[in-house]
Design a protein around this ligand. Sequence first.
Ligand code: G
Ligand code: G
Ligand code: NA
Ligand code: MN
Length: 254
Amino acid sequence: LVIENDLREALVKDEFELHYQPKVDLRTNQVCGLEALIRWKQPGRGYISPMQFIPVAEETGLISRIGEWVFREVCRQISEWEAQSLPPMPIAVNLSPRQLIEGHITETISRILAETATPAARIVLEVTETAMMQEIKKAATILDELRHLGLKIAVDDFGTGYSSLAYLKRLPINSIKIDRSFVRDVTIDTDDAAITRTIIAMGHNLGLKVVAEGVETQEQMNFLRECNCDEVQGFLIATPLPPEEIVQYIRRPS
Ligand code: G
Ligand code: G
Ligand code: NA
Ligand code: MN
């Protein structure tokens, strides 16, 4: 059981890490971006899943401090990789609902970008459909501010909430990520195949880039390529990796 005090201590003791999962462009087969995923390495207990502690962080409000740490660490990593001459690519950061709606996300992000001299265009913010729909007016205002700063916005876990693409059209969005629950059976379930095709076609008609997540097999990837999906992410390509392994992965001979 994760409790508030453990999380506070984890921040003080610097026990969080970020791992990065690559995304691949289906036309070029090249890595075209990375998603930062938080990990908590507790001495003696190993890694604790964000599924266990992000909800606690949300409930207690600690998410704003953890989120700030994540954003700063991504900016630091971008400049470290730049110094190592790794090709520049966008890095996605997950925002939970409370981070989007409460507090001062725009001020926090613009301050960290300025302090770390990070170009805003290098960052993609992943926001779940549910988070955007909870308070759509407020979400729209905040996402507008963030896009004006130059960040890109992706809708995460797309298809699992109650939004329609017509609603999404009113939000300043650049891409949608098809939830992995549709991708899982896309080659065996005709409904999931139809849903996936439809999301890709409608996303493209609205001028959005479409990413599929949770791609685990070559068959799923072939299907997605045939449907003109733009990018894929999942264990078939790579699991989330620590930063050193990302460097090796990107520099590997192909
Ligand atoms: O990486 P993993 O599949 O274990 O992540 C589980 C969940 O935790 C996912 O829903 C993911 O979006 C969320 N998550 C991972 N890293 C972060 C983070 O830095 N901030 C927030 N808010 N959520 C994260
Ligand atoms: O909710 P979000 O999409 O941010 O969740 C990201 C989580 O999904 C990460 O914890 C990551 O470990 C997990 N993940 C990434 N690729 C795959 C995959 O191919 N299959 C499964 N089951 N999980 C994946
Ligand atoms: Na995500
Ligand atoms: Mn997702």
